[in-house]
Design a protein around this ligand. Structure first.
Ligand code: DGJ
Length: 331
């Protein structure tokens, strides 16, 4: 089985490196398929983020379990699946993933608690705080109607957990839905999130222990209705790729570039190029992972959502091509 898996991955990699559209090859690993872990089981880490720590990539994501709840005659926000907590996988090459178990374990039958299977836990991200020596996880916490709109925070002494949940906040009393976390070269960290009923994004500086939002925040992409922020930095500039708002259905991505993380952000349109670029190749990006020891290599990580069975959702990870301060993504 392991041999077959390695063979399949090798063939995929060969196909990718021979694809004429990939001009900036990195060891990309998934082209809209299920990723299997080292035990041959599908990786269950949706809306994922990656932490690179001491030579190891740690992948954190939403554990989707069971069938999506389908509520007839209601709109797309009612396609969902009960939260299953946050998973963690580790890898040294972004190809072979070892299941490290449940990093943040939910309770069951405890609807008053944020991290309960009856609630929504989305887009977990982890960064490391050098000063406190803690791994800090932030995630979007919600209730079934998506009106709770808060950021939950958890900490651990180890990258893979277990994480201890501390609670949730509305940064500066603002809604927080689709979110990401960014740690800058100077050690400052920021939450980036869809806010104001998903109309506008906000970027908020975190406290030096990364556990609380500060009052210092900016409103960006005002009234643009963007979700799923994926941010990275290259050669002193910040890049922010976002999706439109269409629930679990794919739409066109767009990106913006800034010299300062708080803005101003200049919009540049869709980074996806070629056939099916309008639907981000049927995916929704959510994270960009810098490839370690390859300074110009970044991987755009997208979810290929299966909205009637979210657990079956797949992944699309593609290299980002950077040309001056513009970016392109090809499938
Ligand atoms: C789109 C978001 O990007 C997802 O994370 C999720 O919140 C769905 N909306 C819910 O419909």
């Amino acid at each position: 089985m392991k041999y077959l898996l390695t063979l399949a991955l090798t063939i995929t990699l060969c196909q990718l490196s021979y694809s004429k559209s990939i001009k900036n090859p990195v060891d990309t690993v998934s082209n809209g398929k299920t990723i299997l872990d080292e035990d041959g089981k599908p990786v269950n880490a949706h809306g994922a983020g990656v932490l690179y720590y001491k030579g190891v990539y740690y992948l954190f994501g939403e554990i989707k379990k069971g069938k999506t709840w389908l509520v007839p005659d209601q709109h797309w926000e009612d396609y969902r699946v009960p939260a299953g907590g946050v998973s963690c996988y580790s890898s040294t090459d972004l190809i072979h993933w070892k299941n490290r178990g449940v990093a943040l374990k939910p309770t069951t039958n405890n609807p008053a608690y944020d991290v309960d299977t009856s609630r929504v836990i989305e887009r977990p991200k982890v960064i490391y705080n050098e000063r406190t020596k803690k791994f800090v996880m932030w995630m979007h916490i919600d209730k079934n109607d998506y009106k709770y709109s808060r950021g939950g925070v958890a900490i651990s002494d180890k990258p893979y957990g277990p994480y201890h949940y501390l609670g949730s906040v509305k940064p500066n009393n603002q809604m927080l839905r689709d979110m990401n976390l960014f740690k800058d070269d100077n050690g400052k960290a920021y939450l980036i999130y869809s806010s104001e009923d998903n109309k506008t994004m906000q970027i908020c500086l975190l406290s030096s222990d990364y556990l609380k939002p500060t009052r210092h925040y900016s409103r960006i992409l005002i009234d643009k209705k963007r979700e799923s922020p994926a941010i990275f930095k290259h050669a002193g500039k910040y890049y922010l790729i976002t999706s439109g708002c269409s629930g679990w259905s794919p739409n066109a991505a767009s990106y913006a570039v800034a010299d300062h993380i708080m803005g101003p952000w200049k919009e540049h349109g869709n980074p996806c190029k070629g056939p099916n670029a309008d639907s981000s190749f049927y995916s929704q990006g959510g994270f960009v992972v810098p490839v370690a020891n390859k300074p110009n290599s970044f991987i755009f990580m997208g979810d290929v959502w299966n909205k009637t069975n979210l657990e079956e959702s797949k992944y699309l990870w593609l290299p980002i091509r950077i040309i001056k301060d513009e970016i392109e993504i090809y499938n």
